[in-house]
Design a protein around this ligand. Structure first.
Ligand code: FAD
Length: 387
């Protein structure tokens, strides 16, 4: 019986010290003014090269990141597995337009794929597609009917890089997920990823695209993609998230005077999220489903639907996922009930991962109720252990 209030299971791999640190971190980021102040201070400190590793690394970094390098993540991967949870290494360095940086990111992602292939506790690989393309070109290719020659050339380079990553993953038979980002880059990403699926998903789902269900057109898109997959006879890999860039999307749409791509309200996002899960689980012979959420209801919904549809809890086509350092009560309780769970484990040098960490801190301040939920569960566990 799935019980997300079971803190003994949720924090089984955490020592008393880990619990105290997590409590302290969540307490800090529960003050919006502090998070607001920390952002410019950290930026300033990095700009003047003031050393901040000593304060960031044992605190917020340790809470949300696995390590600075792939190897440094080793102990975290082992620890998570003690609680039955797998890991997905996420190279969380922000992208750049420079060819040299793009090439470095490509090499690092290939290394992650190699590493994942040799480690049974890493069932997936992942990357952010905008790290591998010129953003201007991706936008032109996504939004214009007659792209200029330069953008087309950049688009070809983007496609080749994505192909290289998918090809490597396919060689090992290890699934690879492509994150979703801003909507104005997404069309070309969707086209390339669907072509990769058509190429590499003939025998089993290897390539996964991400559907952001806060967009009002995604449920329809999912069905269209499914129709193509059936026609061309390949499997669909579908990762579902609600979407991380709502404010930015709404602001840009208003500023530039085009239709807001986001759902009218949260219940509409929740409805389409569940409908997408239902649609894919009911067609499970054509899909692999990856449910990336910190929402208890969406997690419970998928778990119950799997039981109802008699899909085995450990069926390799169905996965649940949360970010490292967040919502352990969902991850470990699902794993304890026999479901497949993998945490996204971000990694990278401290100074390059700072934007990721600031986003996590801001998100935890702004996502209604999430910080208080973490604090409440951690306190409950502290009290339980005292008793
Ligand atoms: C493993 C994992 C992988 C992820 N990968 C990606 C990714 O590739 N791309 C990406 O964009 N995000 C990604 N995310 C983040 C994700 O999109 C959400 O921002 C985050 O998980 C919060 O949503 P939720 O489902 O956890 O919870 P909830 O707290 O239930 O939902 C919050 C979300 O609901 C939506 N929402 C809130 N208010 C409204 C409103 N008024 N109208 C419409 N919608 C609203 C927003 O999307 C908001 O983020 C990932 C998250 C996880 C856990």
């Amino acid at each position: 019986m799935l019980d997300f209030t079971d803190t003994r299971t949720a924090f089984s791999i955490k020592s008393d010290r880990d619990i105290r640190r997590a409590y302290f971190m969540y307490k800090l980021i529960s003050y919006p003014w502090l998070v607001k102040m920390a952002n410019p201070m950290i930026r300033f400190a990095s700009a003047i090269r003031f050393p901040i590793n000593w304060i960031v690394k044992p605190t917020v970094y340790a809470q949300f990141c696995g390590g600075e390098t792939i190897d440094e993540c080793g102990p975290v991967i082992i620890k998570l597995k003690e609680g039955g949870v797998s890991s997905i290494l996420d190279y969380s360095v922000e992208g750049s337009e420079e060819e040299k940086v793009i090439e470095q990111a490509l090499q690092e992602t290939l290394r992650v794929i190699d590493y994942a292939a040799s480690n049974e506790n890493i069932p997936f690989t992942v990357f952010k597609p905008t790290a591998f393309g010129n953003s201007n070109a991706l936008e032109v290719l996504s939004t214009s009917h007659s792209p200029d020659a330069e953008s087309v050339k950049e688009g070809d380079k983007f496609r080749q890089r994505i192909q290289k990553l998918c090809e490597r993953a396919y060689g090992y038979g290890i699934p690879i997920m492509i994150d979703a980002e801003d909507s104005w880059y997404q069309e070309i990403i969707d086209q390339v990823v669907m072509d990769m699926m058509a190429n590499y998903n003939k025998e089993k789902p290897i390539v996964f695209n991400t559907y952001q269900m806060y967009r009002h057109d995604r449920l329809e898109r999912l069905k269209q993609d499914h129709a193509r997959a059936k026609k061309e006879q390949f499997f669909m890999g579908a990762k579902f998230v609600r979407g991380a860039y709502m404010e930015k999307e709404r602001e840009r749409a208003e500023e530039m005077g085009y239709e807001d791509p986001i759902q009218p309200d949260k219940p509409a996002t929740d409805r389409d999220y569940n409908l997408a899960l239902k649609y894919t689980l009911e067609n499970i012979d054509d899909f692999a489903v990856f449910n990336g959420t910190h929402n208890e209801e969406s997690s419970r919904y998928m778990a119950e639907l799997m039981d109802e549809l008699k899909i085995a809890r450990n069926d390799n086509r169905c996965w649940f996922s949360q970010l490292y350092g967040m919502s352990d009560h969902i991850s470990f309780n699902l794993a304890n009930e026999g479901f497949n769970v993998a945490k996204y484990v971000p990694y990278g040098p401290v100074k390059f991962v700072l934007p990721y960490l600031m986003r996590r801190a801001e998100e935890n301040t702004s996502v209604k109720g999430q910080t208080s939920r973490e604090l409440m569960l951690l306190k409950q566990e502290k009290d339980r252990r005292k008793r």
